[in-house]
Design a protein around this ligand. Structure first.
Ligand SMILES: O=C(O)C1=C[C@@H](OP(=O)(O)O)[C@@H](O)[C@H](O)C1
Ligand SMILES: C=C(OP(=O)(O)O)C(=O)O
Length: 426
């Protein structure tokens, strides 16, 4: 599907969709608990559905209700022994499900789509292999997984994907012997680990972290069903609207928690830093244009914000920088390349620093009318839609169905804010 956008100011109010990161974790914890959990999660996406489908294959009964999901864990005797899973393009699902298969001693043949199997996995596979699990690649198209995961001492680098560590945290309490996870090197995406700890605590599991040794201790524990569980609004997917507000007449996003553990609520601090008028409300946030100035922001803790921050930089006269961009190359697309190519198509000057760790964007000229690709990346679609709204003429985004990975209602909400778009079959 291609989307054609006619430039028009984005203005008004939109409701935040349910947090994808919280939804993945709550569905997994509920599947492992001692009773039925009703999860409030009004908005779903392809990635959340992938986690639902994988958990169903593990024996969990999950029904879509009016407001979310009813999750009934499998009885031990009813768990399958050998299953087929398709993790599609969901990195979070894939990296969480691998240790879980080992903890439940279920063999699986896993398939994937897009770039998922090319994204980093080795540190996780290597640690799981030295704790009882086996992995075999079939033609690089399927991953066969088997073996009982054994507790003990795990080591994991902190600067490749926090999902390796979150996956271990979720699974290790199920083992009958205590474990530790020592994180080596710098720890990045820390707030995603905090989200994992938050949801696990809500299901009565504690995983104390000792800062000096950078080590989690995980005792054998039981997930306790909280009865109901509410998924909060998604800050990462609210960010494009808040950026649109800051370069236009103002946008408000409701249904967001100001106390959220989600690192991407830092979009508000970023917008304040560039001089936008930001208001923090009881249950939401709004942003509006003021005197915008160039910025330099490290994206090491907020890597999913990089595409929309790049779009923001394009509208600000002067040179802005996104620094610590190394891990952007490991996402649904190589986001260093896809951000650069997209900005250039809109006529925006962008350069990579000599050491390849910074994107240097010179903004202030109106983005030009163009045809851009999604690079099969939902966050590039959102970035392009914001740039297109203020472009000199029509913009076509090809393969825009990539948006469904995290935000199937994106273009509905875009129209709700006054955006003008229509879809065309590719
Ligand atoms: O745990 C999570 O829910 C996520 C962790 C982050 O990945 P990395 O830790 O690999 O950066 C983030 O980019 C991803 O969209 C969601
Ligand atoms: C990288 C993302 O997700 P995942 O790692 O789960 O595929 C994302 O949502 O931008």
């Amino acid at each position: 599907m291609d989307i054609s956008i006619t430039p028009h100011d984005l203005f008004g109010t939109v409701e935040a969709i349910s947090s994808k990161s919280y939804a993945h974790r709550a569905l997994i914890c509920a599947s492992l608990a001692n009773g039925t959990t009703n999860i409030t999660c009004p908005y779903i996406s392809e990635d959340i559905q992938v986690t639902v489908d994988c958990l169903k294959a593990l024996g969990t009964t999950i029904a879509r209700t009016k407001q979310g999901f009813r999750v009934v864990p499998a009885k031990e005797a009813n768990r399958p022994q050998n299953i087929q899973l398709n993790c599609k393009e969901s990195g979070t699902t894939f990296r969480f499900i691998l240790p879980l298969l080992g903890a439940l001693n279920i063999s699986a043949t896993i398939s994937a789509e897009g770039r998922l199997f090319s994204r980093p996995l080795e540190p996780l596979i290597s640690e799981l292999s030295s704790h009882g699990m086996s992995f075999t690649w079939l033609d690089e198209k399927f991953l066969e997984v088997s073996g009982q995961l054994d507790g003990g001492s795990f080591e994991m680098p902190g600067n490749i994907s926090s999902q390796f560590i979150s996956g271990l945290l979720l699974s290790l309490p199920l083992l009958n012997k205590p474990s530790t996870i020592q994180i080596t090197g710098p720890i990045q995406s820390k707030d995603y680990l905090a989200i994992t700890e938050h949801v696990m605590t809500d299901f009565d599991i504690t995983t104390p972290f000792e800062v000096n040794s950078a080590t989690y201790t995980i005792e054998a524990q039981h997930y306790v069903c909280p009865g109901v569980y509410s998924i909060e609004g998604d800050w990462s997917n609210a960010a494009p609207w808040l950026v649109a507000g800051a370069i236009g007449q103002g946008v408000e996003v409701t249904g967001l928690s100001m106390q959220s553990t989600q690192g991407d609520k830092a979009i508000l601090a970023a917008l304040s830093l560039v001089g936008a008028r930001v208001s923090r409300q009881q249950k939401g946030a709004a942003s509006m244009m003021d005197h915008l100035r160039p910025f330099s922001i490290s994206i090491s803790e907020v890597c999913d914000l990089a595409p929309v921050l790049a779009a923001l930089a394009a509208f600000i006269p002067g040179t802005s920088k996104l620094t610590d961009i190394q891990r952007l190359r490991l996402k649904e697309s190589n986001r260093v390349q896809s951000i650069c190519t997209t900005l250039k198509a809109f006529g925006v000057t962008v350069e990579l620093s000599e050491d390849q760790t910074e994107l240097v964007i010179t903004g202030g000229k109106q983005p030009t009318s163009c045809i851009v690709d999604s690079y099969n990346d939902h966050r590039i679609v959102m970035m392009s839609a914001i740039l297109a709204s203020y472009a000199t003429g029509p913009v076509v985004i090809t393969h825009a169905e990539a948006i469904n990975k995290s935000y199937p209602l994106f273009f509905e909400h875009f129209k709700q804010l006054g955006g003008i778009c229509h879809s065309m079959e590719s």
